[in-house]
Design a protein around this ligand. Structure first.
Ligand code: NDP
Ligand code: GDR
Length: 357
């Protein structure tokens, strides 16, 4: 019989890739989506259309801050696997909404674990928690692995720290198959537009089409271990198929700066970036010209920054046979190409409807 999965955060980047993966494996897929005054299912609409006839893709309204909705959905769905991907996932925003972030990201995780316990599903339902490299924050060891001590540096990371430990606690206390995937940054053409990678690739596409003249960024020196979301959802699934419930780091083992990401993205449109100036006055120019393309705006600085993250995915490779497939240059290329295609299509549509650009 087909397995049943419940995905919270199904309308997000990872939710969309994971739903696609599980449907391809024959799962009956259920997702929790939030009520919104505008459409918020853009990333999964194709799945709703594709699965219309088979009836194996279902959406339920709910919110991580609403216990009754969480319990009711789990009771109805009786899932074999729950992937808890829902979160206020923006680190900078978490400084402005710390209480909401804690409610959705920390207590929200507890709500699901308690629902599994109260509904007597502990022996049946496997639970995946979307933990994060942000837990390492001010890093205590390079590269970071499963046993590296945590040092969260934002309300988001502090909330995710609670979620991490409550997951471990329910595994040890109640024998649940509950696991943390400690995932390093992963991106894609459907990455949220306010995360730095997508912000850059959208700007590159807009600049090349003459729709934007420059890009404003924060800390150019931050370094991250960036992979492709498609590879990472495969890792999530493998974590729940493993014989024993364990926590795993998923990462590429390679680190690049925001500055390097910019250089590679602009290279995709044939532009070499030349950096001039120092500190917040530093700017990126099209090489050999006075055309400024990148400027720093301190509004994007964070009260406490995570300067560097680099993961060690050895455990996942050895125990799950998982490793990333998409290289860093491939990731940047795919994102720039897709943003160019999207903006070009949008521009053609605007022209067709007679809307001014
Ligand atoms: P997104 O921000 O793209 O998606 C977040 C999802 O959570 C969206 O579906 C969003 O709904 C939903 N959501 C937010 N708040 C609530 C709430 N209160 N109740 C119900 N749903 C809610 O994140 P990603 O897909 O990138 O990440 C998935 C998970 O993995 C997150 O938990 C994130 O913190 C974590 N993570 C992500 C990493 C990454 O690099 N992408 C790395 C490590 C961990 P809506 O569409 O309506 O906004
Ligand atoms: P991060 O991702 O905080 O690592 O969290 P983000 O892309 O927001 O920032 C990465 C680094 O880039 C620097 N930066 C900027 N960031 C944004 N968003 N906008 C800018 O203009 C900008 N300029 C420089 C940041 O300061 C930071 O150092 C992501 C999220 O997906 C989390 O949910 C997840 O847990 C972690 O990755 C792993």
């Amino acid at each position: 019989m087909a397995k049943t999965a419940l995905i919270t955060g199904i309308t997000g980047q990872d939710g969309a890739y994971l739903a696609e993966l599980l449907l391809s494996k024959g799962y009956d897929v259920h997702g929790i989506k939030r009520r919104s005054s505008s459409f918020n299912t853009g990333r999964i609409d194709h799945l709703q259309i594709d699965t219309h006839r088979q009836g194996n893709f279902h959406l339920h309204y709910g919110d991580m801050t609403d216990s009754t909705a969480v319990i009711r959905t789990i009771a109805e769905v009786q899932p074999d696997e729950i992937y808890n991907l829902a979160a206020q996932s923006h680190v900078k925003v978490s400084f402005e909404m710390p209480e909401y972030t804690a409610n959705a990201d920390a207590v929200g995780t507890l709500r699901i674990l308690e629902a599994i316990r109260l509904l007597n599903l502990s022996d049946r339902t496997r639970f995946y928690q979307a933990s994060t490299s942000e837990l390492y924050g001010k890093v205590q060891e390079v590269p970071q692995r499963e046993i590296t001590p945590f040092y969260p540096r934002s309300p988001y990371a502090a909330a995710k720290l609670y979620a991490y430990w409550i997951t471990v606690n329910y595994r040890e206390g109640y024998g649940m198959f509950a696991c943390n995937g400690i995932l390093f940054n992963h991106e894609s053409p459907i990455r949220g537009e306010t995360f730095v990678t997508r912000k850059i690739t959208r700007a590159v596409a807009a600049i090349t089409l003459g729709l934007q003249d420059r890009l404003f960024l924060g800390n150019l020196d931050a370094q991250r271990d960036w992979g492709h979301a498609r590879d990472y959802v495969e890792g999530m699934w493998r974590i729940l198929q493993h014989d024993t419930p364990e926590d795993f780091v998923l990462a590429t083992g390679e680190m690049h700066s925001v500055r390097e990401f910019c250089e590679l993205a602009f290279a995709e449109i044939g532009t070499t970036i030349e950096w001039r100036g120092e500190g917040v006055e530093e700017k990126g120019y099209a090489a050999g010209t006075d055309r400024c393309l990148i400027e720093i705006d301190p509004v994007y600085f964070r009260p406490t920054e995570v300067e560097q993250l680099l993961g060690d995915p050895t455990k996942a490779r050895e125990k799950l046979n998982w490793s990333h497939e998409t290289s860093f240059p491939q990731l940047v290329r795919e994102m720039v190409a897709e943003d160019r295609r999207l903006l070009e299509t949008e521009r053609l549509a605007r022209r067709a409807y007679g809307v001014a650009e």
